[in-house]
Design a protein around this ligand. Structure first.
Ligand code: ADE
Ligand code: ZN
Length: 377
């Protein structure tokens, strides 16, 4: 279980009726935020950001010339090809005489499965270590421009292997730590669709080659098809190997998945976790045990988990005292920056000061304690 009593008040629980806003104390370094422009300039932390989810269109267009899309997905296993072809935007790209012109259609979908099909498709355009290095460098540059000074970036390792990059070359790219902002730490996504046995086997290999910058484990992919419970051993191995842990849960499935994430996988944070709101006892548990949710409101709207930002439970979770960090998940797919994501919280009743507290608080929820230093670069 998560460390007992972590972050609790003196009497071992959160005060009745207390809210996170009430329980977060404003330290001298808590920023004053009064506008969207303040948020743009503020040093920020992204704790839930997929590397390919931040792939700019310009990268994709360039790679469409190197790897013509029709040929690139010829190598796909039939089931994966069917998943991709179910997405109208991908069909348009594949049938076009000028795929680069249609590349933006990848980011139009109407369901969680449609989004995941697009995400899967982008993997076919990162096929050599040099592509991966270029993508990392582009994403770093974008984060720097947005004043994101600390980022835990999720990297879907088995998909890069599937597309032909050997694991040792992937790890070598992740080991490179260029000077300057942002400080990047890596979270390996074993992609739950590969199943627990393959995830275990790959994790052992990752741990044997692990660079110091790789700090955590998650599982992305189709939670509604692959719930958390069978991955218990994967998480035990990760902890034994010194990785910090999170998992996508309570996004594609309901609260039962979040319960399994905390009770069976014993994760320290939850990716999304927002559907926990459907079970008040779970909300209390998350608040009492100080288990942070990595909340990505725009992602949840764009993948049709919620109909609108106004219908999103982020405010309810906040008022119930659940620790929250705000992230973008897949900013290129959802057309949002972290500053925009934070500013969007105004629409569900957050004050600027509460938004500033959330931005500040994310540094304290990072898996690398050195994140604190990145807050004041
Ligand atoms: N992979 C990339 N983004 C994801 C998400 N939001 N959920 C599950 N898997 C993902
Ligand atoms: Zn995610």
């Amino acid at each position: 279980m998560p460390e007992a009593g972590r972050g609790l008040t003196m009497d071992g629980g959160i005060r009745p009726g207390s809210t996170l806003a009430q329980s977060v104390s404003r330290s001298p370094d808590t920023p004053d935020v009064a506008s969207r422009a303040d948020l743009e300039a503020l040093p920020k932390a992204e704790l839930h950001l997929h590397l390919r989810g931040a792939m700019p269109l310009s990268y994709l267009r360039t790679k469409f010339r190197k790897y013509p899309p029709g040929r690139a997905i010829e190598s796909a296993r039939p089931r994966l090809r069917d998943r991709m072809l179910s997405q109208a935007g991908i069909r348009r790209i594949l049938s076009s005489a000028n795929p680069s012109r249609e590349a933006h259609r990848l980011f139009a979908y109407s369901s969680f499965d449609g989004f995941l099909a697009s995400y899967l498709f982008t993997g076919y355009f990162v096929r050599e270590a040099e592509d991966l290095r270029e993508l990392v460098s582009t994403v770093r540059q974008t984060l720097r421009e947005q004043h994101v000074t600390y980022a835990e970036i999720t990297v879907s390792v088995p998909e890069y292997i599937m597309h032909g990059i050997p694991l040792d070359e992937i790890m070598a790219v992740l080991a490179e730590e260029p000077d300057g902002s942002p400080t990047v730490r890596w979270i390996v996504d074993l992609v739950r669709d590969f199943g627990p046995d393959a995830c275990e086997e790959l994790l052992e290999r990752v741990l044997a080659l692990r660079p110091p910058s790789l700090v955590g484990l998650t599982l992305g992919g189709r939670e509604h098809v692959h719930p958390p419970a069978p991955f218990r051993r994967v998480y035990e191995i990760a902890r034994e190997g010194g990785l910090r842990t999170t998992v996508h849960a309570g996004e594609g499935r309901g609260p039962e998945s979040v319960w399994d994430a905390v009770r069976i996988l014993e994760v320290e944070r939850i990716g999304h976790g927002v559907r926990a709101v459907e079970d008040p006892s779970l909300v209390r548990f998350l608040a009492e045990h100080r288990i942070p949710l990595e909340v990505c409101p725009t992602s949840n709207v764009r993948t049709a988990i919620y109909a609108s930002i106004e219908a999103h439970p982020v405010r309810m979770l906040f008022e119930a005292g659940v620790p929250l960090s705000i992230s973008t998940d897949d900013p290129s797919f959802f057309g949002v920056s972290l500053a925009e994501e934070l500013a969007g919280l105004r629409r569900v009743g957050f004050s600027w000061s509460e938004i500033g507290d959330l931005a500040h608080g994310a540094f304290g929820m990072a898996f690398d304690p050195l994140a604190a230093a990145a807050q004041d670069p």
